[in-house]
Design a protein around this ligand. Structure first.
Ligand code: UD1
Length: 427
């Protein structure tokens, strides 16, 4: 196991190129299960989560060819050799459940391990299952597995989500492309990653209306063809590096990113007195830390403030003048970075789903440990700003979602390196 060691206090200056979005690439890869023709995906980030899903797909019969940079994947699923997604692979990554809808639609059956809980909350998959049942699937839960069957194919249906779910929208959207008749999804997720999936499915021959709205209408087709599709830039990675620039009082140009997908986040940064310049395909961020002030935010489905940037914004707010109230409405246990930030000198108190952050002048480096991906990135950000040395343990969380994190930051002047964990901590 690795750890990351940062000597903080260097204002970041330079350029960072944003990678393709992990959360868009995962459902796009799962879409290979809907067709026997090759699906070529470009701008795929080289990350642990991508490799985990690739292993699962290979196990279902997908042949995957990577180009040398690893950023282009050609996925061909001529036939499905297994409809079972085993626990050993699904437990590594919750998004593995995305194979359920596609397998069921193509093969009439799927046996997928229940993903189980995760550090940021219980995260059930009831909406995925109820939606598939409304489309005629018979679903039983046996020995920790979802056993789903639709021997006569899935039937079009009207499905209303009681609350917005990115994963359930993606799973049912994929299932509906090959169902008999029309499916309507209402209160569907509008996240850019869902839009990316819908556009790729359209390129594969799916008939989908309402893309980018909360009402998707899908006319099922007999089969889908192959396509070549480029994954959209990672808005969460971009947001994380925007905060890296701000929290160090630096000046950084982000390339290959789309500011339109970060509007609410950019509004919050501007209210905090961070300078943000939006270019066509770039964002420039600069900050005078003496002017930084507290802002209140509440996480909500897109286009509101993203839960995946909550921990990072909190790191920035620990250094703002005044107070900031950060309210998390998507996940019930997503403040695990708080005690670690407090160990670095932050002043944060949690009241149910809100965290009250009182700004302090200086964070101090410390050994810290995080339990999920975005919490880990908030500790990296705090470490970049802190006086002295910060060691972040359990780096495998970061490797799930940030491609070349140390290289991208050190290119802008950060003093950051990776080292092997000693055995005592790894245990
Ligand atoms: C996706 C993202 C994740 C992001 C989240 C919210 C991927 C791979 N992951 O996760 O990074 O933080 O969207 O933007 O794209 N829920 C249920 N029952 C269900 C499904 C969801 O109760 O069947 C709940 C969840 O526990 C959570 C909320 O709904 O409280 C939203 O979850 P959802 O949008 O489904 O998140 P994911 O798709 O898992």
């Amino acid at each position: 196991m690795d750890k990351i060691i940062i000597q903080g206090g260097v204002p970041l200056k330079g350029e960072i190129t944003i990678s393709g979005a992990k959360n868009a690439a995962l459902p796009l890869m799962a879409a290979t299960l809907l067709t026997d023709a090759p699906l070529t995906l470009k701008n795929v980030p080289n990350l642990v989560d991508i490799r985990t899903l690739a292993s699962l797909l290979e196990q279902h019969g997908t042949n995957i060819v990577r180009n040398i940079s690893g950023q282009e994947l050609i996925l061909t699923t001529s036939s499905i050799t297994s409809t079972t997604a085993p626990y050993e692979l699904v437990r590594k990554m919750r998004a593995s459940v995305l194979v359920l809808g596609a397998l069921l639609a193509r093969c009439g059956e799927a046996i997928v391990s229940l993903p189980g809980g995760c550090a940021i909350g219980t995260r059930p998959v009831d909406l995925h299952l109820k939606g598939l049942e409304t489309m005629g699937a018979v679903i039983e839960l046996e020995n920790g597995y979802i056993n789903a069957r639709a021997p006569n194919g899935l039937q079009g249906a009207v499905i209303h989500f009681p609350y917005v779910s990115v994963g359930a929208t993606e799973n049912l959207l994929m299932a509906a492309t090959l169902a008999n008749g029309e499916t309507t999804l209402t209160n569907a997720a509008k996240e850019p990653e869902v839009v990316d999936l819908a556009q790729c499915l359209k390129a594969m021959g799916a008939n989908i209306e309402g893309i980018g709205t909360d009402r998707l209408v899908i006319q099922g087709v007999k089969s889908l063809q192959g396509a070549t599709y480029s994954v959209l830039p990672d808005r969460i990675e971009a947001g994380t590096y925007m905060i890296a620039a701000a929290i160090t009082g630096g000046d950084v140009l982000l390339k290959n990113c789309n500011s339109k997908q970060l509007e609410t986040f950019i509004d919050a940064l501007r209210k905090a007195n961070v300078q943000v310049e939006e270019g066509d395909n770039s964002i420039r961020v600069a900050c005078d830390l003496n002017l930084l002030k507290g802002v209140d935010v509440m996480t909500e489905p897109y286009p509101s403030f993203p839960t995946d940037l909550q921990a990072q914004l909190m790191a920035l707010m620990t250094l703002a003048s005044g107070a900031s109230m950060i309210t998390e409405t998507i996940f019930e246990n997503r403040f695990m970075h708080v005690p670690e930030l407090c160990r670095m000198g932050a002043n944060v108190t949690i009241h149910k789903s809100s965290a009250l952050v009182r700004g302090t002048r200086q964070l101090i480096g410390a050994p810290v440990m995080a339990t999920d991906l975005r919490a880990s990135s908030s500790l990296v950000l705090a470490g970049l700003a802190a006086k002295g040395e910060t060691t972040i343990h359990r780096v495998y969380h970061l490797d799930r979602g940030y491609e070349q994190l140390e290289q991208k930051l050190s290119n802008c002047g950060a003093i950051i390196r990776r080292a092997k964990e000693d055995e005592e901590l790894a245990a």
